[in-house]
Write a protein that binds this ligand. Structure first.
Ligand SMILES: CC(C)[C@H](C(=O)O)[C@@H](O)C(=O)O
Ligand code: SF4
Length: 461
């Protein structure tokens, strides 16, 4: 039978029929963060259950820890936030799992840290009580977000009960226009097919655009699959993937690597394998995107006008009107970071725009690298100086202002351009108006003090 990449990944980890259409899948690595992982660790301990294999479990601090430089990182600004941090730390140490704490040189957002440390690898099955775990499919892994109680189950048994989803092929062909990124492609797809467009299926991104895309771009694209209501996303590993994972802390080496490479080479969709759904996208037709509303599907090309039939509640929340354009709308906040766009290439795209320029007066601009490794690399390249000279805050790695969990926010009704993945009401704090876009557009808008494209800054300081 012709199999898809996803079929192969699923089959490889399937240990039994779990009844009612469910399978029992072996889990190679479980990732936890302090917002949801500490709860799972605490419950497991309370039930007196032992971990099947502590060596396969990784707890990473990211959601609530403070991003303020020079401050105690346990000092969460959200009420009760510190408990999540201290409990996760305490229970992780008791359980003997890997703990990547705030003082570790590897700390950062779980979905950024896992690939860069080789915790995420082609062919592995990985789960985490966090919806953006789908990012890791970019390396050819079977990875998806679960609930906290499922995480307890995985810790106790090393396996999970799951129903095999339907499958969708998203083929993207051709060259993305200059200045158009993986983020733009994802927002374009979500706005075109709707936030439910992924139909709970496992998506495989393929086609020449994906083949030519960097691994970091692929991670961004797969990150947004959950905003498309996909179960997860996968991309067949290739030489770029192998080069990316080589030499990382948890990557195989020597004989283990040559064995792994043999397995990884089989991770592709057989020709003529069938999908339940298929979408074709021409990369040439994707323009720089920005969201205007309160769902990632409320996105359009930067120079478009808001549709006449736009959701009125979303428009009211965002302080916008149907038929309006968005370029030139004054902003009060700008954020570069998150598991979507907090990697080196994202910071580099923003720094490129910010070089020699200054953030407009009245704009609070914040850049938080996705991990300590990204931060160190960025500092080596001098990006911190560019960001700071422009007037950006340069934070300590974590989710930071992507999500109000850490309690850091902008004033209500502030219009914020953000390189993140969710623009729901209150996502970045009560009343905050989030516009999702690429790091380059965030940087350009921060300089102009109003939404604009980098090319709109030409000739301006
Ligand atoms: C807190 C966590 C469970 C949540 C998620 O699942 O994605 C968060 O990371 C988010 O981005 O909304
Ligand atoms: S950076 Fe944002 S989207 Fe990513 S895991 Fe953290 S809160 Fe969730």
């Amino acid at each position: 039978m012709k199999e898809t990449l996803f079929d192969k990944l699923w089959q490889y980890h399937r240990v039994a029929d779990a009844g009612d259409g469910y399978d029992l899948l072996a889990i190679d690595r479980l990732l936890l963060h302090e917002r949801t992982g500490g709860v799972a660790l605490k419950e497991l301990a309370a039930r007196g259950l032992k971990l099947k294999d502590p060596n396969r479990v990784f707890a990473i601090m990211d959601h609530i820890v403070s991003f303020r430089a020079g401050r105690n990182r346990d000092e969460a600004r959200s009420p009760g936030g510190e408990v999540f941090i201290t409990q996760t730390r305490e229970k992780a140490l008791e359980a003997g799992i890997h703990l990547i704490d705030t003082d570790s040189s590897h700390q950062g957002i779980v979905h950024v840290v896992a690939p860069e440390m080789g915790i995420a690898l082609p062919g592995l099955s990985m789960v985490c009580p966090d919806s953006h775990t789908c990012s890791l499919g970019a390396l050819g892994a079977l990875a998806w977000g679960i609930g906290s109680s499922e995480a307890e189950h995985v810790m106790a048994t090393g396996a999970i009960r799951a129903k095999k989803p339907k499958q969708m092929r998203v083929r993207v062909s051709g060259d993305l226009p200059v200045g158009v990124s993986a983020k733009d492609l994802a927002l374009y797809m979500i706005s075109k097919y709707g936030a439910a467009g992924g139909q709970r299926s496992a998506i495989e991104f393929c086609g020449s655009t994906i083949e030519n895309m960097s691994v970091e771009g692929r991670l961004t694209l797969c990150n947004l699959a959950v905003e498309f209501a996909a179960f997860t996303a996968v991309i067949a590993p290739d030489q770029k993937t192998y080069d990316y994972v080589a030499g990382k802390s948890f990557s195989p080496d020597g004989k283990n690597l040559s064995d792994a490479l043999k397995r990884w080479d089989g991770l592709f969709t057989d020709s003529e394998a069938e999908f339940d759904f298929a979408i074709e996208i021409k990369a040439e037709s994707v323009l720089p995107q920005i969201s205007w509303g309160t769902s990632p599907e409320h996105s359009f090309a930067l120079n478009d006008t808001i549709p006449e039939a736009a959701d009125q509640r979303a428009l009211d929340y965002m302080g916008l009107k149907a038929g309006q354009g968005i370029v030139g709308k004054p902003i009060g906040g700008a954020f570069v970071g998150s598991c979507t766009n907090g990697r080196l290439s994202d910071l580099s795209a923003a720094a490129e725009v910010l070089k020699g320029r200054k953030v407009a007066e009245g704009v609070r601009a914040v850049c938080v690298p996705g991990s300590k490794a990204v931060k160190a690399e960025a500092e080596k390249l001098g990006y911190d100086k560019i960001f700071k000279a422009a007037g950006f805050e340069w934070g300590e790695p974590g989710c930071a202002m992507c999500f109000y969990a850490g309690g850091e926010t902008f004033a209500p009704k502030t219009r914020v351009v953000s390189s993140t993945n969710r623009n729901f009401e209150g996502r970045q704090g009560p009343g905050v108006r989030t516009h999702l876009t690429s790091p380059a557009v965030v940087a350009a808008s921060a300089v102009a003090g109003a939404i604009c494209a980098p090319s709109d800054l030409d000739g301006r300081g």
